[in-house]
Each structure stands twice: as structure tokens, then as C-alpha cells.
Design a protein around this ligand. Structure first.
Ligand code: AMP
Ligand code: MG
Length: 338
């Protein structure tokens, strides 16, 4: 009888231990990865959570697309671009206010009303064509942040021809939205990347910081040569480069960053700007702005905006690639190509 009781007890104990083990394993955080395309580019997300949440990530990306995509005719921005005014959604409001702030800080170098000029120079919906000084001047009459204002829930333009293009900040903003989702689900470790704009939290499950590369801005970007590898923890980073979208005509290179103050694509020695900031939308907007203001302009802005850091790659007077790196970023560098 006594022996039987012992067997029963041992069996019960094994059952409890086994159940706890199975439940713990089931709820154990694991590394998940999600990838796909959005905004005409690719995204990759790695995150540590007990269960995968890929469909929620896709939901967040769709939400940004429905608000900010110029390629989606039903998006809020497409509706606003089609008329004189239009109701904004909370995402568009947030991105508009950030864009306005970056425009003020950069004295108009960053300006999302640059869309008609982006089109004119062949980086929008129409193809590459002849561009005359007169056509630039006529478009410039309705380019500039002073042509748009938020009045309550409405975005109002003073000219129906004003067009907004959030391409320079939307990818970074989408990264923030996905990071926000993962935060809300309790993820302590993740890396979100959309078209090269990145945000990380915590560490890679291997117990090391997340490793992110900065592309070498010469040669064929498809070959994926890296200028440097960085370890990135709890930071957002975005890169703009004149090597990413450009064409050559009459021996001149035209890149997709336009100086809204002259109406012409920028040409200077700064080849790529990688910006580190508290949010990826901010990093994205400033990376574009830095490409407009050039190397010295970027250094000037970095002096007065301590929340930003940068890794700048430029062409030195002897034609070689050179880098300028904010002191706080130097400690992130794992390995650099010479
Ligand atoms: P990014 O790759 O983030 O630098 O964004 C580049 C895109 O932003 C271009 O393809 C244009 O659609 C748009 N853009 C070009 N110049 C400017 C500018 N000065 N301010 C804001 N957006 C711009
Ligand atoms: Mg940008």
C-alpha cells in the first residue's frame, strides 16, 4: 500500500515538472524573422518574442502605406495631392510636423513640397526629359513649406499645384512604427530595417550587439561593398547617398536629392550621409537634409544638434574616399575598410 502511494507521488511530481517544462518551452522567447517588400524596397525584421507577430508587422506597414505612399492612389497623401486641401490622418500629421521642424532647422534644405521638382528632374512619376531653367523657375513658385499649413484636421495649400512627397522620411517613419509595435508587445531585442533605414533594441540573441553595415558609395551598390560595420544598440540610423538613385547626362551626374532653394539636384563632395538619431524618421529626414547642405553644412548642423550623430563619406580633393565620423560613433565601429 505504502509502495503504491510512493509510485503515485512520483508520477504526480513527474507530471508537474513535465508540464512546467513544456509550458516554459512554449512561452520561451525565440528569434523570429520577417521579410518582404514595401514602398518599392525590402524590409527585414528580427525580433525575440515567445510567438511570431509577422501579420501585425505587415499590418503596420500597410497602415503607413495607406497614409504616406504616393504610389497608392487611395492613400491620404494622394488624396491631398489631388486637391487644394484634405483631411489628414494621425500618421500624416506626425510626419508633417516632423518635416516642418526639419525644414525650419535646415533653413529649407529639407522640404517635402519639393515633389514637382523631383518629377521634373525625372525621379518621380514621369521619365527623364529636358529640363530648362524656365521650367525650374515656374515650378519653384509653388515649392516651399510656406505654401502649406495644418488647420485642425485639414491640410491646406495656398495653391492647388502644391504637392507633398514624404519619400525622404517615410521609410524611417515606418521603421519607427514597427519598432513601436514590437515595444508594445514587450520585445526587448529587435532589429527593424526598411530599405537601409534601421532601428535596434537590445542585442542579437547570440549575446552581441546588432551589426549593421554602411555601404561604400562607389562602384556598383548591387555588389554590396561595405565601407564599415557598426554595432548598434538602442539607436536609429538612416543613410542617404547620391549613389542610390542617379542618372548621367552630358557628362554630369544627376542624383535624386534636390536643393529646394535652387530647384536643382545637388552636386558636391558628400557622397553619403548616415545619421544616428533617437527616432528613425528623424535620422531619415536629416540624412536627406545633409545631402542637400553638403559636408560643411552637415558638420555645422551636428554642432548645434547634439541629438544627432553622423558617419559622412565624401570625396577628398585628391579624389579618394574620406570619412568624417562623430566622436560618439567611433566607438560603434567594428571594422572599417581602408
Ligand atoms: P532619401 O533617400 O531618404 O534621401 O530620400 C530621397 C527622396 O526624397 C527623393 O527621391 C525625393 O523623392 C525626395 N527629396 C529629394 N530632395 C528632397 C529635399 N530637399 N527635401 C525632402 N525630400 C527630398
Ligand atoms: Mg531620408
Amino acid at each position: 500500500m505504502k509502495r503504491f502511494r510512493w509510485i503515485k507521488l512520483t508520477f504526480l511530481l513527474l507530471l508537474v515538472v513535465g508540464t512546467v517544462y513544456i509550458l516554459r518551452r512554449h512561452n520561451a522567447p525565440a528569434l523570429h524573422t520577417a521579410a518582404g517588400s514595401t514602398f518599392g524596397t525590402e524590409y527585414h525584421v528580427s525580433y525575440v518574442l515567445p510567438t511570431a507577430c509577422d501579420s501585425l508587422i505587415v499590418g503596420r506597414l500597410r497602415e503607413v502605406d495607406r497614409s504616406l505612399s504616393m504610389f497608392n492612389p487611395q492613400s491620404t497623401i494622394s488624396r491631398i495631392n489631388a486637391g487644394r486641401q484634405g483631411a489628414v490622418d494621425p500618421l500624416l500629421r506626425e510626419v508633417f510636423l516632423l518635416s516642418q521642424q526639419v525644414s525650419q532647422v535646415t533653413a529649407g534644405a529639407f522640404d517635402v513640397t519639393v515633389a514637382p521638382l523631383v518629377d521634373l528632374w525625372g525621379f518621380g512619376r514621369r521619365g527623364i526629359g529636358e529640363v530648362s531653367g524656365r521650367s525650374v523657375d515656374s515650378l519653384r513658385t509653388f515649392v516651399g513649406f510656406h505654401h502649406v499649413a495644418l488647420r485642425g484636421a485639414e491640410l491646406v495649400k495656398d495653391d492647388p499645384r502644391v504637392q507633398l512627397d514624404f519619400s525622404a522620411v517615410a521609410k524611417g517613419y515606418a521603421v519607427d512604427r514597427v519598432a513601436g509595435l514590437l515595444d508594445s508587445l514587450g520585445a526587448q531585442h529587435y532589429m527593424v530595417e526598411i530599405g537601409g533605414e534601421v532601428r535596434t533594441r537590445g542585442e542579437h540573441p547570440a549575446g552581441r550587439p546588432w551589426r549593421i553595415g554602411i555601404a561604400r558609395p562607389t562602384g556598383n551598390p548591387a555588389e554590396g561593398a561595405m565601407q564599415t560595420m557598426l554595432s548598434l544598440t538602442d539607436r536609429a540610423m538612416a543613410t542617404s547617398g547620391n549613389y542610390l538613385r542617379f542618372y548621367e547626362r552630358g557628362g554630369r551626374r544627376y542624383a535624386h536629392t534636390i536643393d529646394p532653394r535652387t530647384g536643382v539636384p545637388v552636386t558636391h563632395t558628400l557622397l553619403s550621409a548616415t545619421v544616428f538619431a533617437p527616432t528613425c524618421a528623424m535620422a531619415d529626414a536629416y540624412a536627406t537634409a545633409f545631402m542637400v547642405v553638403g559636408l560643411e553644412g552637415a558638420k555645422g548642423l551636428l554642432k548645434t544638434h547634439r541629438e544627432l550623430s553622423a558617419y559622412l563619406i565624401y570625396e577628398a580633393p585628391d579624389g579618394r574616399l574620406a570619412t568624417w565620423v562623430s566622436p560618439e560613433i567611433q566607438s560603434y565601429v567594428i571594422q572599417s575598410e581602408s
